[in-house]
Design a protein around this ligand. Structure first.
Ligand code: F6P
Length: 557
């Protein structure tokens, strides 16, 4: 069934006008009517499409030779930069989840360099700035100039920059602007594009006040890729389980690809391990194993989906209380619920032990921006605990937890669950877990085989990916159970940028079978809340429509 669906979704005849990243996945076409257990199984099959081999399609896949070769080349460039950190750097940039993962990955690899007393070389850019790490900021995605300004700022004084633009759909003007800027300044910048559509499916829609489109930028990069002056890493990973929800496979694959390249570069500099095809392939396959280890516990994940779904159905809340970088995955997952499911920031919230000290983001503490930016465990204890009830779900996420007054939480709600990682045979950790287990209604223990060949860093990255998969399943599954998805489409979202505007029009077309202009008209009527559109409304551009849409909440409550 998987191969059959895969061939179907990657064939040019299936939803032919859509790029892979926007297609609907036949595997999940009735996810809206599925039980929690079936939802988890569907997500598993969908995720495993990431690692499917090239089969009768012309599209590159994660394990394609060309992808592995490009990763090796990028790793070599990173190696050079690590050896010359004063004048060079690696910059990752993206919008929404792509930018959040740029942050997560740059933090992790900078930490690894610091531990070896080496200078940090990685920087991140997220459209909308640091507030977008924790909240939905969709509009800056449409602004190529903003992208260029932020890139120039990060690279000030650098003579060599490896710029990695991440856009899962090969579509964000913010990233296109940055890539175009790199192409204009080849003496400093080497551009790398990470995304999950074949190059010809890059978005070809005009960008306001620009002479280029994402597609034309990709074409110029393809030309330069022949002489390794630019790099494209764009395997297809199959359509998302929820159509267009690139936070899921797109985010996971971004994490996998960049970690594989950077790890190879780090091994080459610190232990003289050569960057080889086989090394890169082996690392990639460790991630494939991560999927298998994580999804080997469908019942445990189902319990969490059911608990979270029940909380959301009762208009109550889901809280992730995490430690270390696994907590950051909780913050990221929670922040995505608003643009994906039209959720309120209070519906699913993440908290991290140590707050902004642990986060260590560019702009430091953001607490002054409003209540949704309170992210420390202390904030949870002060702001949330007093009102916590047994219909709220609290999920602990950790490898090594510390004290966070869990008994106090348990007094307020028995609906306390844990997802934690442990190496096989780690008896000391087992004893610590026993105490926590007693407090929890359910515990999902993910056990990792202890293998000499798998380094501590790789183990940690595997645990992060595993946590991402579990949390994506929990938040997606819970919102599906709440009714926020129709078939496998997001139906409760603000049309706050061009991509979302086009997606909303397409969805209306699909569901109503009316012609495009009728659907666009209906969308505009909904945005402006009128039965008759004025000339001013119909003659305005999409940016005006999306600006207006940003300020309105739901069409109907
Ligand atoms: O605009 C909304 C959004 O879909 C985010 O939710 C997503 O993370 C972001 O766009 C990035 O998209 P891409 O990686 O395709 O540029």
């Amino acid at each position: 069934f998987l191969v059959c669906s895969e061939n179907k979704t990657l064939s040019a005849d299936y939803e032919p006008s859509l790029p892979v990243s926007e297609k609907s996945n036949p595997l999940t076409c009735d996810i809206d009517r599925a039980s929690a257990y079936s939802i988890v199984k569907m997500l598993q099959v969908c995720d495993s499409q990431m690692f499917q081999k090239e089969a009768g399609t012309t599209y590159q896949r994660l394990l394609s030779d060309q992808v592995l070769k490009t990763l090796m080349e990028v790793a070599k460039r990173v190696e050079v930069i690590i050896k010359d950190p004063q004048e060079s750097c690696v910059v990752m940039s993206g919008c929404g989840t792509s930018g959040r993962l740029a942050f997560l990955i740059s933090s992790g690899f900078n930490k690894a360099l610091s531990q070896l007393n080496q200078s940090e070389v990685y920087s991140y850019i997220i459209a909308g700035g640091d507030r977008a790490l924790l909240s939905s900021q969709e509009a800056p995605e449409d602004d190529p100039r903003l992208g260029v300004l932020s890139l120039k700022k990060v690279c000030e004084g650098k003579k060599r920059v490896l710029f990695i633009g991440i856009s899962c759909g090969l579509s964000a003007p913010f990233v296109a602007g940055q890539l175009d800027f790199c192409l204009q300044h080849p003496e400093v910048y080497t551009p790398v594009l990470v995304g999950f559509n074949p190059a010809h499916q890059a978005r070809d829609e005009p960008i306001q006040d620009c002479t280029f489109t994402f597609h034309s930028v990709v074409q110029r990069m393809q030309e330069l890729a022949k002489s390794q002056k630019a790099f494209l890493i764009n395997p297809a990973v199959g359509p998302e389980a929820i159509s267009g929800s690139s936070r899921m496979k797109g985010g996971s694959a971004t994490k996998i690809l960049l970690e594989v390249a950077f790890s190879a570069a780090h091994a080459a500099t610190s232990s003289n391990t050569p960057i080889t095809h086989n090394g890169v392939l082996q690392h990639m396959m460790e991630y494939e194993r991560t999927l298998a280890v994580t999804y080997s516990q469908p019942d445990g994940i189902t319990t969490l989906v059911e608990a979270a779904g029940e909380s959301l159905r009762c208009s109550r809340h889901v809280y992730y209380l995490g430690w270390g970088s696994l907590a950051l995955l909780g913050l990221i997952d929670a922040s995505e619920c608003s643009p994906t499911f039209g959720a309120d920031y209070e519906d699913v919230r993440g908290f991290i032990r140590g707050g902004y000290r642990e986060l260590n983001n560019n702009d430091g503490p953001l607490t002054s921006l409003g209540p949704k930016f309170s992210i420390a465990h202390e904030d949870f204890l002060h702001l949330i605990l007093p009102c916590l009830t047994d219909t709220d779900t609290v999920l602990l996420i950790y490898t090594h937890s510390g004290e966070t007054a869990l008994c106090l939480v348990r007094e307020k709600t028995p609906n306390l669950h844990a997802v934690y990682h442990q190496a096989d045979g780690d008896t000391a950790a087992s004893l610590q877990q026993d105490d926590i287990k007693k407090l929890c209604l359910s515990t999902l223990k993910i056990t990792w085989p202890q293998e000499a060949l798998v380094s501590g860093t790789l183990q940690h990255m595997q645990r992060e990916l595993s946590t991402k998969l579990v949390l994506n399943a929990v938040s997606t599954g819970a919102h599906v159970l709440k009714g926020k998805i129709y078939q496998n489409h997001m139906i409760d979202l603000q049309v706050t940028n061009t991509k979302l505007y086009r997606r909303a029009t397409r969805l209306l077309q699909k569901l109503s079978t009316c012609p495009e202009e009728k659907c666009e008209e209906a969308l505009l009527k909904a945005i402006y809340r009128v039965d008759m559109l004025t000339l001013e409304m119909t003659s305005s551009d999409i940016t005006t429509h999306t600006c207006f849409a940003r300020n309105s909440t739901k069409v109907k409550r």
